[in-house]
Design a protein around this ligand. Structure first.
Ligand SMILES: Nc1nc2c(ncn2[C@@H]2O[C@H](COP(=O)(O)OP(=O)(O)O)[C@@H](O)[C@H]2O)c(=O)[nH]1
Ligand SMILES: [Mg+2]
Length: 434
């Protein structure tokens, strides 16, 4: 348990109808994405029990596991009635949530824009509204005195408050949408290109993020998992890049969460290029299917025009024959595909080259700058946003050979000594069509 923050050990439960099938594997993937460690799994095929959803004997087993394994949260795949949620929490003595809340937690971990954050809050409130209503009903009937600690009056106030907040948020979001229509993107002005990691849950995005940024996998309490674990500045063959571990594509997102999901995903469209991570260890048909859905989703969110590199991950798990079939039988739409193992490090140099080739162009500059105000900060900027090859100090001037984003190169040109400045567009490696 060392390294894992306390309070992240969870049990997952799926109570399903006779005509459904058990879905705990996917729920476990989502739990891991949210930073939880699943230490107990319970599946039961039966009609919902009115009080607990699962049957009383299974509840007994769960209760025992929660106590024995130090579980701090129980996560249900299926929806629960408010009264069931209450009864379960009371019996188990730990928090009980459902898949919808879990997915909302994942969104919240990745959302960076104001709009995405408001959409997530709105979805959470809309999810809460019918529950608040039920609390009012129960409290009024006196069926559950002190339900969630609320009397009839408090329950009423609570319900009205949730409703009011929904209205306020909806108004705010409309305003943001109106403003966005004429606001220009401020993000680009830093001069450091952003690369977004996209792909399905479990494809290996976070593992690759860690591999490329060198930061340790941080698993901590959701409240302390700050943005810096999802966004980090790193160097790609010497060139600074902001790498972003995005929310990724999640299967079967509940309808209520679609808007929040889309606006969290939109972050990808704001970046300069996409690194699409695909799990090569799936059966060929599934690799094809996931790639195609990923590809069309990227187009849907307005990221279809961005340069995209496919990182075909987990090649350490597959045979040469399987990899050959994936490469031959899946139509990757002309995108550059680089087989890698994020875990073992295979193919990473090739991947870095592919990323570099798809980044926005740099200008190559050879310049002489005189000593004076702003020289050191300009050189610092060249170091942080570009790649400095030569820096020679002479008595009267400094000779600089570097590659830099066009805006920065322009800035250097404007203060260069006349006659000693050359600006050449960087020769790019040829990019694969698509
Ligand atoms: N064998 C193998 N496992 C990997 C590789 N990359 C990731 N994984 C595993 O796949 C699972 C999902 O990885 P993760 O990075 O969390 O995926 P994400 O949901 O896309 O962020 C984890 O158990 C990783 O250890 C790889 O290259 N090889
Ligand atoms: Mg992840």
């Amino acid at each position: 348990m060392v390294g894992l923050a306390q309070g992240r050990r969870v049990a997952i439960v799926h109570r399903y109808y006779p005509w459904e099938s058990e879905n705990l594997d996917e729920l476990e993937e989502l739990c891991r994405t949210a930073g939880y460690e699943v230490v107990y799994r319970l599946a039961q095929r039966r009609f919902p029990h009115p009080l607990y959803n699962i049957g009383p004997s299974k509840l007994g087993e769960l209760k025992e596991a929660v106590r024995r394994l130090g579980i701090s949260k129980v996560i249900f795949e299926n929806e629960l009635k408010p009264v069931q949620e209450y009864n379960l929490a009371k019996e188990l003595n730990v928090e009980v949530i459902t898949r919808v809340r879990l997915i909302l937690e994942i969104f919240a971990l990745h959302a960076t824009s104001l709009e995405a954050n408001l959409q997530i809050k709105l979805a959470a409130l809309k999810y809460e509204l019918p529950r608040a209503k039920e609390k009012v009903r129960l409290a009024k009937q006196g069926e559950q005195p002190g339900f969630h600690g609320l009397g009839a009056y408090e329950a009423d106030v609570y319900y009205e408050e949730v409703k009011r907040q929904i209205q306020t948020l909806t108004r705010k979001l409309e305003e943001i949408k109106r403003r966005k229509a004429w606001e220009t993107r401020a993000r680009r002005s830093t001069g450091i290109p952003t690369v977004s990691l996209a792909g399905y849950t479990n494809a290996g995005k976070s593992t690759l993020f860690t591999r490329l940024t060198g930061s340790p996998a941080v698993i901590s309490d959701a409240m302390f998992t700050t943005l810096s674990t999802k966004r980090r500045t790193t160097r790609v063959n010497g060139r600074p890049v902001n790498l972003s571990d995005t929310v990724g594509f999640i299967r079967n997102v509940p309808t209520l969460l679609i808007s929040a999901f889309m606006s969290t995903l939109m972050e990808i469209a704001e970046s300069d290029m996409v690194l699409l991570v695909v799990d090569a260890s799936d059966p060929v048909d599934e690799v094809r299917n996931k790639f195609e859905v990923s590809y069309s989703t990227l187009h849907q969110i307005g990221a279809g025009h961005l340069p995209t590199v496919v990182a075909l991950n987990k090649i350490d798990l597959v045979s040469g024959e399987h990899l050959r079939r994936v490469l031959e039988e899946v139509d990757f739409r002309g995108l550059r595909v680089v087989p890698i193992s994020a875990q073992r490090g295979d193919g990473i140099p090739e991947l870095l080259d592919a990323i570099e080739e798809n980044l926005p162009r740099l200008m190559r500059l050879e310049s002489r700058l005189s000593y004076g105000d702003g020289l050191s900060s300009l050189i610092e900027e060249l170091h942080s946003k570009g790649r400095v090859e030569v820096l020679e100090y002479f008595e009267d001037s400094v000779r600089v050979v570097a590659e830099a984003p066009p805006e920065l190169a322009e800035k250097v040109r404007s203060v260069s000594l006349t006659g000693s400045f050359r600006l050449i567009e960087q020769v790019q490696h040829t990019r694969s069509p698509g």
